[in-house]
Design a protein around this ligand. Sequence first.
Ligand code: HEC
Ligand code: HEC
Ligand code: HEC
Ligand code: HEC
Ligand code: HEC
Ligand code: HEC
Length: 266
Amino acid sequence: MKKAVLISTAILLAVLTVVFAQERGVKKKRPLPQDYGKVVLNNFSEKNRMAPVAFDHWLHRSKFTCRLCHSDIGFEMKAGATEIKADDNINGFYCGTCHNGKRIFDGKFLFPACDKGKRDEVCDRCHSSGKDVKRENNFSELTAKLPKERFGNGIDWEKAEKDNLIKLIDFIDGVSISRKKEMPVQKDFSLEPKVSGLPEIVFSHQKHTVWNGCEVCHPDIFTGVKKGATKYSMIEIFDGKFCGVCHGKVAFPTMDCQRCHVKPVS
Ligand code: HEC
Ligand code: HEC
Ligand code: HEC
Ligand code: HEC
Ligand code: HEC
Ligand code: HEC
């Protein structure tokens, strides 16, 4: 009994050390709401005298599901890992799946990616990192009516969707693999923290599947097709593994303890 208490105190201390270390770095590191989820791509750009590419998750996730990009189109969930080349885009892969000058969205043609016949201003729309490029899609204007949250983009994306304030596209003809309309429903479950006395974590399979499908999580992030098969700790989550692959980068960050631990943690 005493030993168990000692162990849980030790784990809690370790977790809190990580939290405080993060908090201390927060002042300079916590991004502005519009910069949360921004990915800067520079595998090849500067080597070819182009500015690095800035990709905003907030704008794209307000229109498409995670699954469409990370499963059907095939972007990795790790900055820089896809190694996108200008030729891929020109040939209609990756960004060029949509940004090909032909696809119509909201009544206008989507500007093309890496098309050599185009002028610099078109290039600048993506190759914008470190440059003073004016965005056509303004964050404050476009998100003004969406429900607010404390962290991340400052937006409760889940509620925005539930209230029909955003409608996400999950299928592109000729790109997405056609599949049964309804994905199999998985039971929601609660995860028990290894430390006794901590409020349990609620994990909704059903909700996550709407955003991510199955393929994004299984088997890459969670091998376990059996609950409990994947062992992970809060420290690993803070470190960007397991739930932390998304939570802390694009989905609401780990600082928001209560959204996973349904009651206050400490
Ligand atoms: C329009 C396409 C698109 C949509 C929609 C999208 N993503 Fe991404 N995502 C990307 C691209 C592109 C990258 C960068 C990939 C690379 O560099 O190889 C990325 C990277 C990521 C990363 C890694 C970030 C990092 O800093 O390492 C995570 C995590 C992620 N996405 C999660 C999500 C989640 C969760 C959603 C849904 C809420 C989502 N994405 C929706 C295109 C998209
Ligand atoms: C699934 C389709 C899709 C994919 C894939 C996609 N985009 Fe977009 N993107 C859009 C739509 C729709 C808009 C909003 C329409 C607009 O601004 O004209 C947009 C807007 C943008 C803008 C906003 C420009 C502005 O002035 O506000 C940038 C920058 C951008 N995309 C970059 C990228 C990059 C870089 C990639 C690849 C890493 C990418 N997109 C992949 C659909 C896509
Ligand atoms: C819709 C977004 C988008 C637009 C618009 C765009 N690019 Fe790109 N481009 C990318 C992405 C993403 C990469 C990969 C970035 C990296 O990792 O360095 C890239 C990479 C490149 C590279 C790197 C070298 C190579 O061969 O892969 C060159 C050169 C390039 N683009 C040229 C251009 C030119 C010229 C324009 C304007 C005519 C342009 N791009 C417009 C998204 C875009
Ligand atoms: C956001 C990530 C995520 C998505 C999306 C997701 N899962 Fe899971 N799944 C998990 C986690 C986490 C577990 C528990 C694993 C563990 O504890 O080792 C799990 C467990 C399971 C289990 C075992 C359940 C049990 O009670 O033993 C099955 C079966 C499963 N998933 C199937 C699916 C299917 C089918 C889909 C798509 C319809 C899906 N999952 C989508 C994260 C996800
Ligand atoms: C593949 C990406 C991904 C992974 C992995 C992931 N999530 Fe999420 N999760 C999301 C997205 C996207 C949302 C929507 C809200 C947002 O973006 O802020 C979300 C929302 C949630 C919510 C609020 C919705 C609800 O159920 O009431 C909870 C709680 C949550 N996640 C817990 C977890 C836990 C616990 C894990 C690990 C077992 C996990 N998530 C793994 C992407 C992910
Ligand atoms: C994205 C969801 C999510 C968020 C946000 C989150 N946790 Fe956790 N936490 C988990 C999961 C899942 C576990 C279960 C790991 C296990 O024991 O299997 C866990 C376990 C724990 C544990 C038990 C020790 C361990 O490593 O398992 C502690 C302590 C903890 N969390 C504290 C926190 C604190 C403090 C915060 C806020 C700063 C926080 N958590 C935010 C998902 C989350």
